[in-house]
Design a protein. Structure first.
Length: 121
């Protein structure tokens, strides 16, 4: 099913800390023709669950935080969205070894355990 507008899903974790920047992002995306769903993680999950039931795929899931460590949740996003992006506001200039941090943050939990990524030097 094709939508007239591409969709963006933005879950909010901590309202008072994230809402202002997410509203600015939402406004900018809407002005460029996107339909944006912004809300709690459980609210966004309900929308994704409904898309799975209707067998609809499309949109961008904009995740806040390091990375989704649950393979089941990653699969849910893959079933419902075309793109998956992460905003990691806590990765800042003070990080000394970006390669190590990005490797740890971009591997799901099963791969971490299998390949022992926590001991990267």
């Amino acid at each position: 099913m094709n939508y007239l507008k591409p969709h963006i899903y933005i879950p909010i974790e901590i309202f008072y800390r994230e809402i202002n920047s997410r509203i600015l992002l939402t406004l900018s995306a809407c002005l460029k023709g996107f339909r944006v769903y912004i809300g709690t993680k459980s609210g966004i999950d309900q929308i994704l669950d409904n898309k799975i039931k209707l067998n609809i795929k499309g949109g961008i899931y904009l995740y806040k935080g390091q990375i989704v460590s649950s393979p089941e949740y990653i699969n849910k996003i893959k079933k419902t969205c075309d793109k998956f992006a992460v905003i990691d506001e806590e990765l800042k200039p003070a990080v000394v070894n970006y390669k190590k941090i990005l490797t740890i943050r971009t591997v799901n939990e099963n791969e971490r355990q299998k390949n022992n990524y926590y001991n990267i030097s």
